[in-house]
Design a protein around this ligand. Structure first.
Ligand code: ATP
Ligand code: MG
Ligand code: MG
Ligand code: MG
Length: 413
């Protein structure tokens, strides 16, 4: 991909409204643009990162045996009345009426819709357990939409729901999802901590959150230095000592990127959703639900990985893994050579190479590549090109190496 063919627009001034590093860098790097409070356009780089995160989430959900579905964002109020959440959810629920005066919600989550679906679809114990998931836009009328993608009013979530025959089988579904979550975050290059959490608006019996530790996080977690205990303070209250081993607790701020719930019959009971057991008895589903803030992950990753110059993407999330910076000036022969080298790299690493062919000073290209956070920069300067050498800069360490052109691909791989 050539930068001259896409709207590669960066800003070197800090946008006034951005309070967090990730918000600032995503606006400056041309990843997103604000439409209104809590509503953002994803520009080409932002959309690519989003798709990459989605792909990894999808692969790991599939690997864990979950099935992808897609439910409507628009949900009839009757379903929410059955579970009592039409009242209980409060102002965060976007409500609207259609031309016939029927009430609807714009889905902030999908327990009601998916429970109704399962109740029609899964009738026998032989079909269970089943986990269904979707990656979809959610709507929440947040009291304080802020920090860019961190707290939007419209955002992308992966939500999964498990339907099991018993509490024990439900616990197994829950464990499989927890494992999938650890794999997802590891593949994304994020360091996360799992903590015990409050069940909040979703309800159910117990839950765990997946937290990216960061100063800008809106949650506070406590964890024990001596044992494995870790909890959101929403649950631990004001505890200062570990309830398991009495050691003093450490306290830090964190960003919630995922949340898993053991729902039991919280939804299957009011919606009378169940299956026939081997003796032909009506039995309620034991359910679980599992969310990942897909768009929030972009912000969380940047909060965890950046420096003064800009974003430092983990390779799996970067819009392009490699930025080629031809600096051959106006020499036509050298420019052509640079593009040829870039073309070879594109063949070797499809979808991963961005060529900055803009007619700009080297300093601007360097600054933009650092700002946007491409993991590897291949610098093709005039002297190097004449001597068949390239300079490679690793964004995360700042390390630079001069490499023979014939060894370039191997070095990058
Ligand atoms: P928070 O405590 O931050 O408000 P939540 O507990 O209300 O989040 P859940 O209902 O658990 O959120 O939703 C699952 C995931 O969706 C969260 O773990 C989070 O990563 C993401 N998420 C929730 N609200 C937003 C939002 N307004 N903007 C972006 N992502 C969000
Ligand atoms: Mg919330
Ligand atoms: Mg929360
Ligand atoms: Mg939550």
């Amino acid at each position: 991909m050539r930068t001259t063919r896409l709207p590669y627009v960066t800003f070197h001034e800090d946008p006034a409204e951005a309070e967090t590093v990730s918000h600032r860098l995503m606006l400056r790097g041309g990843y997103v643009r604000k439409v209104a409070g809590g509503l953002y356009d994803f520009l080409p780089f932002g959309a690519r990162v989003l798709r990459r995160v989605e792909r990894i989430v999808r692969e790991e959900m599939d690997r864990a045996g979950a099935f992808e579905i897609l439910m409507p964002a628009l949900q009839p109020a009757e379903m929410w009345e059955k579970t009592g959440r039409w009242e209980k959810y409060g102002k965060e629920l976007f409500r609207l009426t259609d031309r016939h005066d029927r009430s609807f919600a714009l889905g902030p989550t999908h327990e009601e819709v998916v429970t109704e679906l399962a109740s029609g679809l899964l009738n026998s114990y032989r079909q269970l357990p089943v986990t269904l998931y979707q990656i979809q836009t959610k709507f929440r009328d947040e009291m304080r939409p802020r920090f860019g993608l961190m707290r939007g009013r419209e955002f992308v979530m992966k939500d999964a729901y498990s339907f099991a025959r018993s509490k024990e089988e439900g616990a197994e579904c829950y464990r499989i999802m927890q494992e999938a979550y650890f794999r997802i975050f590891a593949r994304l290059g994020l360091s996360v901590r799992m903590v015990e959490a409050d069940t909040g608006n979703i309800g159910g019996y117990s839950s765990h959150e997946f937290m990216v530790l960061a100063p800008s996080g809106e949650d506070t977690v406590v964890f024990c230095g001596s044992c494995r205990y870790a909890s959101n303070v929403e649950l631990a209250g004001a505890a200062t000592h570990c309830p398991l081993c009495q050691a003093p607790l450490e306290r830090t701020t964190a960003i919630e990127v995922g949340h898993v719930f053991d729902l039991g019959d919280r939804y299957s009971a009011p919606m009378e959703a169940g299956f026939l057991d081997p003796d032909g008895r009506e039995t309620l589903f034991h359910m679980g639900c599992y969310g990942i803030g897909v768009s929030r992950l972009l912000a969380a990753a940047i909060e965890q990985s950046h420096d003064d110059a800009g974003i430092i993407w983990p390779t799996a999330m970067a819009p392009f893994a490699v930025a080629v910076l031809p600096l051959g000036g106006r020499d036509a022969e050298l420019s052509e050579k640079a593009l040829r080298i870039a073309g070879l790299l594109e063949e070797r690493f499809p979808e991963e190479v961005l060529v900055d062919d803009r007619d700009l000073r080297a300093g601007v290209k360097f600054a933009d590549a650092d700002l946007c956070g491409f993991p590897i920069q291949v610098i093709l300067g005039e002297k190097g090109l004449r001597e068949n050498r390239a300079e490679i800069k690793v964004r995360s360490s700042g390390e630079r190496n001069t490499v023979d052109l014939s060894a370039l691909s191997e070095w990058i791989a």
